[in-house]
Design a protein around this ligand. Structure first.
Ligand code: CP
Length: 307
């Protein structure tokens, strides 16, 4: 609700400087388009100053521990965003910095992505109640973990279609199953048949590129293509992707993969990606509105209106 309110203010050009005068550190060990852009523009719209600290700019992990980095940055900044490999680094920052810390992605979780994903579902269907989300993708990555847990928190039915070799961590499934209907299947048709939203993600995450040959073999049956989507019963289904997506071979990376493994389209076909069902760029825009909401709610001096 608060993110929707901030989106409305932004569209109408109404200022919302809930973080005026604050300094925000943006730590990025991994590359990013959307998360970096969303945090940067969110900071500026909220009246805060964003300071980007890239992998080669700071000592974290190389010459300095997470705890020491947290103690230093927490004394100068009012809030810290962290994107990196290790979950323990974001947890150390949260434990020792004394300021709000926002997880911009680790190998284990991608929580700010979730806010945009479920906001996009709500915008498209009017409610989250009764919806089914099908994730056709490998079961052990950060996006899958966070989708499963967030579906459980919000009461959305969730199905992960993934090969037996890549099924999710049973501990995460157990936690999620305590709150909502969670299914793990090896059959992508079964997964999408009753879905309202079909989500996919890259077959190899950042840092897993060496496993690409194996992933192509395992994940090809789970590609989101027109044939798979012909089994979806809801004619108004939406397609979601956190991006970037390998839907053609037009990027340097995808062209290299195409040459080495003979696949020009990977987790989603070009046809599906640019179809009328695609909502991935709405998701991308919503990264900014939702990140703004979480920053303002956790750091701003604000009155949150009932919207
Ligand atoms: N979805 C997402 O996290 O995008 P970026 O990697 O571009 O930040």
């Amino acid at each position: 609700g608060f993110a929707e309110h901030l989106k409305d203010l932004k569209k109408r050009g109404v200022e919302h400087r809930y973080l005026a005068g604050k300094n925000i550190a943006l730590l990025f060990e991994k590359t990013s388009t959307r998360t970096r852009a969303a945090f940067t523009t969110a900071c500026i719209d909220l009246g805060a100053h964003p300071e980007y600290l890239g992998k080669n700019d700071i000592q974290l992990g190389k010459k300095e521990t997470g705890r020491d980095t947290a103690l230093g940055l927490g004394s100068m900044f009012d809030g810290i965003e962290f994107r990196g490999f290790k979950q323990e680094h974001v947890e150390d920052l949260a434990k020792y910095s004394g300021v709000p810390v926002w997880n911009g992605l680790t190998d284990k979780e991608h929580p700010t992505q979730m806010l945009a994903d479920f906001m996009t579902m709500k915008e498209n269907f009017g409610t989250l109640e009764g919806l089914t989300l099908a994730y056709c993708g490998q079961g052990r990555n950060n996006v899958q973990n966070s989708l499963m847990i967030t579906s459980a928190i919000l009461g959305v039915n969730y199905v992960n279609a993934t090969p037996a070799e890549l099924e999710p961590d049973p501990a995460i499934v157990e936690v999620a199953r305590a709150f909502a209907a969670i299914t793990v299947t090896n059959d992508p048709v079964e997964a999408v048949a009753n879905a309202d939203a079909i989500y996919t993600n890259v077959w190899a995450a950042m840092g897993e590129e060496s496993q690409f040959a194996e992933r192509v073999k395992l994940m090809s049956p789970y590609q989101v293509n027109a044939e798979l989507l012909s089994h979806v019963k809801n004619p108004d289904y939406i397609f979601l992707h956190c991006l970037p997506a390998f839907h053609n071979a037009e990027t340097e990376y995808a062209a290299d993969m195409a040459e080495r493994f003979g696949v020009k389209e990977m987790e989603v076909t070009d046809e599906v990606f640019y179809s009328d069902h695609g909502r991935q760029f709405q998701q991308a825009e919503n990264r900014m509105h939702t990140i703004k909401a979480i920053m303002a709610a956790t750091l701003g001096d604000l009155y949150i209106p009932c919207v």
